[in-house]
Write a new protein. Structure first.
Length: 473
């Protein structure tokens, strides 16, 4: 064991910077095998990302990103989370065509420095809502918005319905089809990739948030979504992937379907010809977004899981869900929703980012004092951010507060990281097999497990009872 410890330390396995850099994924010989592969780091460890979106939609220009502070990342880490999806806006990066804001890039880098300090992986999300500022939102610049004079009527009571306004839909068509806009979007991503590629906090680039498109006469929404994904999004993602790879050869690329997948509709996306691509759907239900309570008998979570796993299994892509979480999280069935949603997400994905880490009401994860709002504390459970080996099984029983991880340690020496959320009772960590726990679990923390290469290991984490007893034998 001492030899393995020395080897791990000598290899720099505990360095936080290393954990954020991805490893190339080799194509599977059975590319249509019905399994979703895991996300991995540059040491081949299996990664799990759990965290929240971090945003500032209110400020722009000189005040852009001012609402994001170091506290966000300090509190994320303290809560047991290791992941943030950072919203950035093309209209702030390139307010005038061909003129990129050096100030905005420096602000992004300052945020990434905070994330790295607190060991939080960051996904750079090129965010848009209802296309951009031409329609009163954020995202794609006005100079890149073409509507052919079609009408737009704002609907502040239902902003998502504005995606179906003729002017907004036509603007998406031009973005996808006009060669000069294609080049501008690719150039924007090259600026980001060249500037951020060496930052140790950056784990990926989300190429566009919740892309939509133009419906044809007589076309229903699921059919339109599949056509837009096949004919517009697939070539766009391949274009942008080539552009990014000209500047950055290793960082993961995240590709989203349309948000219609949230209704359990399989995507029409085709193959993205890049071996380091992550499928990044969102997990929202229309009825719940409109204020309805969770209906356990509707089968929505089951339908979503079935639909959302087919594409990444076929194309051998990891899955990270980029946004999820209802607005009205205190309704009677929401406790059950969070239990069932977290269990589902953990079955097939390499991670997720809830919406949104802020301090207040609405969608905010926590209140002004940093305390979880109703039911959102169920997102903070024990998990393994990095496993140095092949995961056999991973389960968490919310009733008994017991987490179990079984894995076969890799031949290459490495450490498995555990994340334990804060607990007034503390946690007990035990292992079976030739392995050893480094560090103390205490009331929450990040213990490490060091295993003999090739060993079969089972890690059990239980919440301790009063006076340090373990309630669950």
């Amino acid at each position: 064991m001492a030899v393995v410890v020395a080897s791990v330390l000598a290899a720099g396995a505990l360095a936080p910077a290393a954990s954020a850099r991805p490893a190339p994924v080799s194509p599977s010989p059975s590319s249509y095998e019905r399994a979703v592969p895991p996300l991995t780091d540059d040491r081949g460890r299996t990664l799990t990302l759990r965290g929240w979106n971090v945003e500032d939609k209110a400020n722009r220009g000189e005040d852009a990103l001012a609402a994001i502070t170091e506290r966000h990342f300090r509190d994320l880490r303290a809560g047991g989370f290791n992941f943030a999806r950072l919203l950035v806006f093309w209209d702030d990066l390139e307010p005038r065509r061909g003129q990129y804001s050096a100030r905005y890039l420096r602000k992004i880098e300052r945020i990434l420095d905070w994330a790295h300090k607190h060991r939080v992986h960051v996904l750079i999300d090129a965010h848009q809502d209802v296309f951009g500022p031409a329609f009163g939102h954020r995202g794609i610049p006005e100079w890149a918005t073409r509507t052919d004079g079609l009408p737009f009527t704002p609907n502040p009571d239902d902003w998502f319905s504005e995606y179906f306004q003729p002017a907004v839909q036509r603007a998406f068509t031009h973005l996808y089809e006009d060669p000069d806009l294609q080049r501008a979007q690719a150039a924007m991503w090259q600026v980001l990739a060249e500037r951020l590629r060496d930052h140790p906090a950056v784990i990926g680039y989300d190429l566009i948030n919740e892309p939509m498109g133009e419906l044809r006469p007589g076309e229903d929404l699921p059919a339109a979504a599949r056509r837009i994904e096949a004919q517009h999004l697939t070539p766009m993602y391949n274009r942008l992937a080539r552009a990014v790879r000209a500047k950055d050869r290793s960082t993961w690329i995240f590709a989203e379907p349309t948000p219609i997948v949230g209704e359990g509709v399989p995507t029409g996306l085709g193959r993205i010809h890049d071996s380091r691509t992550v499928y990044a759907p969102h997990f929202y239900n229309t009825a719940m977004e409109a204020g309805a309570d969770y209906d356990p008998d509707a089968g929505w979570i089951e339908a979503y899981e079935t639909a959302v796993t087919a594409y990444p299994a076929r194309h051998r892509m990891p899955v990270v869900v980029g946004e999820w979480g209802p607005l009205n999280n205190a309704l009677p069935n929401m406790g059950r929703f969070y239990r069932e949603a977290v269990a589902s997400l953990n079955r097939y994905s390499s991670g997720w980012a809830g919406y949104v880490w802020c301090y207040g009401g609405g969608y905010c994860a926590v209140d002004e004092r940093g305390r979880f709002r109703a039911n959102k504390e169920q997102t903070a459970t024990p998990y393994a951010p990095a496993v140095a080996g092949t995961v056999r099984s991973e389960t968490y029983d919310a009733g008994s507060r017991t987490y179990r991880l079984a894995y076969r340690a890799s031949a290459r020496p490495g450490v498995t990281e555990l994340s334990l959320p804060p607990s007034s009772r503390g946690w007990r960590v035990s292992v079976t097999g030739p392995a050893h726990v480094l560090g103390k679990a205490s009331r929450g923390g990040w213990p490490l497990v060091l295993a003999w290469p090739g060993a079969e290991v089972v890690v059990t984490v239980r919440e301790a009872g009063p006076h340090g007893r373990t309630d669950h034998p």
